[in-house]
Design a protein around this ligand. Structure first.
Ligand code: SF4
Ligand code: SF4
Length: 470
C-alpha cells in the first residue's frame, strides 16, 4: 500500500527475539508509554487561579506549566535552554553508549515496536507473515484488516494523548466519554487526526526508513563515536571463518558463527551486523539476543555479538573494556549539572512581578495651555502570581511634578492573578518645576509599590525613563 512512497527495499518481516535485551526493550516501551499517556492527567494545585494540570502547554494564553515551574511567552528562551541541554545530554549518552536512545527510547522505535507486536499478534511470527503475504485468501485480508484497525486505534489514542498536553485533558476526556463530540473544536480534531495519521504512516509503513533516511541524528552520530564507545559489534576474530554447522562437526579450525542468519532476521532495520557497524544500526541489541540463543543451543559461550568497544574488540585485554568513568563522563556531567542547576535556580527565583517601561515617541512632549510640559509613557505590569495584586504608582525622582495614569487611580491599581496590564502614564512638570530640572532631557524614576490592600508595602520596583522638554 503506502510502501510505494518509500525507497524500493525488500519488505522486512522481523522475527521475535527472546532474551534480556528484548525484555528490557519491552519494559522500557511500557514505561515510556505510561509516562506519555499519564503525564497530562497529573494534577498540581495552583490555588484556583491557573489550570491545575501539572504539565500543560497553554497556547491560547501563551504559557507553559510544568509542576511548580511556569514559563510565560516572554521567557521562551528557557525552552530553548531545555532543548540545548537535552541535545548535550543526548550527545553525552551517545558518546558513551552509542545509539541506545534510538534503540530503546526514540518515539519512532517505541511505536514501530508496538505496531510490529500487533502485526505479530494477528498474523503470526516472521514465517507465518511471509506465507500469509504470498497467499490471496479471506483469512489474509481479515487478519490484515484487524491489524490495520488496531494500528488506527493506537494512532488515534496517540493523537488524543498528544493534544491532552495542550488542552485540559480531563475536560477533553469527559467530552469523549460522554459522546459530546460536537463540543470538541475542529482544531482539536485536526490535531488528533493529524498526529494519528503521522503515527499510522511512520510506525506502520515508513518504519526503518525513518531511521535510515529521514532522521538527521543517524547521519552525524558517527562523529560522536570513538574507540571507547559501546557499540553492538560482531566479534570477527571469534566468529570467522563462518560456515554452516554440519552434523557432528567440531569448532576446530573454523569460527563460531554457524551462518544461521538469526541475527539478521530479528533485526528491525534488516541489516547484517557481521558486516561491521552500519548507519542503519539502532543499537537495539536484538541480534545479541538471537545469537546468544543460538550459542546456548550449540554449547558455545554467549557474546559472539555483544555490546563492546572497538578498542576491546581489536585488543581483547581487560584494560580495554568499556569504562563508564572516563574523562568525558566528568566534563559532560559537570556541564550538564552546572547548566541545569543554574537554569533551575533562575526559574525558581525569577521575579513574579515584571515591568516594562517605554516612552511614546510621537509626539515626544506636549506643551499644555498653562505652560507645563507632559511626556507620555507606556508602563506594563505583569502579575505572574496566583493572587490579585494592588499597586500604587508615583513619581520618585524628582520628588515634584505630576503623575497620572489614564483611566486608573494611580494610588490603587489592581491587577488580577496571571495578568498583564498596560498603563498609559502621563508625567508633567510646570514651567517653574522645569526650571528646577534645568535640562532639556532629564532622568525620571517611577516607583511601583505593591500595597497589600492598602496595608504595608510588599514590594517596590523602580522604572526609569527620560523626560524630554525641548
Ligand atoms: S546469529 Fe550468531 S551464529 Fe547465527 S549468523 Fe548471526 S552471528 Fe552467526
Ligand atoms: S544490527 Fe542488531 S543492534 Fe543493530 S539494529 Fe539490527 S538488531 Fe538492532
Amino acid at each position: 500500500m503506502l510502501e510505494k512512497y518509500f525507497i524500493a527495499k525488500k519488505k522486512l518481516y522481523p522475527q521475535k527475539a527472546i532474551g534480556k535485551f528484548r525484555n528490557l526493550k519491552s519494559r522500557l516501551n511500557f514505561l515510556f508509554l505510561a509516562i506519555y499517556c499519564l503525564t497530562p492527567f497529573l494534577r498540581f494545585d495552583r490555588e484556583n487561579t491557573a489550570p491545575n494540570q501539572a504539565v500543560l502547554i497553554d497556547i491560547v494564553n501563551s504559557k507553559a506549566y510544568f509542576f511548580f515551574i511556569e514559563i510565560w511567552a516572554q521567557e521562551v528562551f528557557y525552552l530553548a535552554g531545555i532543548l540545548i541541554l537535552s541535545a548535550v545530554a543526548l550527545f553525552f549518552i551517545t558518546s558513551l553508549f552509542g545509539r541506545v536512545w534510538c534503540g530503546y527510547a526514540c518515539f519512532q522505535t517505541v511505536w514501530t515496536d508496538i505496531f510490529i507486536a500487533v502485526e505479530r499478534f494477528f498474523q503470526g511470527d516472521r514465517n507465518d507473515r511471509i506465507l500469509l503475504d504470498r497467499k490471496k485468501s479471506f483469512k489474509k485480508y481479515f487478519l490484515k484488516f484487524l491489524t490495520h484497525l488496531t494500528w488506527i486505534f493506537i494512532s488515534i489514542l496517540t493523537g488524543f494523548f498528544f493534544v491532552s498536553y495542550f488542552n485540559d485533558s480531563i475536560i477533553l476526556l469527559n467530552k469523549i466519554i460522554n459522546l459530546q463530540f460536537t463540543e470538541i473544536s475542529l482544531k482539536i480534531y485536526g490535531w488528533i487526526f493529524g498526529i494519528a495519521g503521522m503515527t499510522y504512516i511512520m510506525a506502520g509503513f515508513a518504519r526503518e526508513h525513518v531511521c535510515t533516511y529521514m532522521c538527521p541524528y543517524a547521519r552525524f552520530q558517527s562523529a560522536m563515536f570513538d574507540d571507547n564507545t559501546l557499540i553492538v559489534s560482531y566479534d570477527q576474530k571469534r566468529g570467522e571463518p563462518r560456515d554452516k554447522l554440519k552434523h557432528g562437526e567440531t569448532f576446530e579450525n573454523r569460527g563460531h558463527c554457524i551462518d544461521c542468519k538469526q541475527c539478521v532476521v530479528v533485526c528491525p532495520t534488516g541489516i547484517d551486523i557481521r558486516n561491521g557497524l552500519q548507519m542503519e544500526c539502532i543499537a537495539c541489541g536484538l541480534c545479541i539476543d538471537a545469537c546468544d540463543t543460538v550459542m546456548e543451543k550449540i554449547g558455545l559461550p554467549k557474546g559472539l555479538i555483544r555490546y563492546d568497544t572497538l578498542a576491546h574488540l581489536n585488543d581483547p585485554i581487560p584494560q580495554k573494556k568499556f569504562r563508564f568513568l572516563q574523562p568525558r563522563t566528568f566534563y559532560y556531567s559537570f556541564i550538564l549539572i552546572l547548566v541545569s542547576g543554574l537554569m533551575l535556580y533562575s526559574l525558581i527565583k525569577k521575579p513574579q512581578i515584571e515591568t516594562t517601561f517605554s516612552q511614546e515617541r510621537n509626539p515626544l512632549f506636549i506643551t499644555l495651555s498653562d505652560g507645563s510640559i507632559r511626556n507620555v509613557y507606556n508602563l506594563k505590569i505583569i502579575n505572574k502570581t496566583h493572587q490579585a495584586k494592588n499597586f500604587k504608582i508615583s513619581l520618585s525622582k524628582p520628588d515634584f511634578g505630576n503623575l497620572k495614569i489614564v483611566n486608573h487611580d494611580e494610588n490603587n491599581i489592581t491587577i488580577p492573578a496571571e495578568t498583564a496590564l498596560d498603563l498609559r502614564t502621563m508625567v508633567s512638570f510646570s514651567a517653574n518645576e522645569l526650571q528646577q530640572i534645568n535640562k532639556a532631557e532629564t532622568l525620571i524614576e517611577i516607583e511601583i509599590n505593591e500595597t497589600n490592600n492598602q496595608k504595608n508595602s510588599q514590594e517596590k520596583i523602580i522604572v526609569s525613563g527620560i523626560f524630554i522638554s525641548e
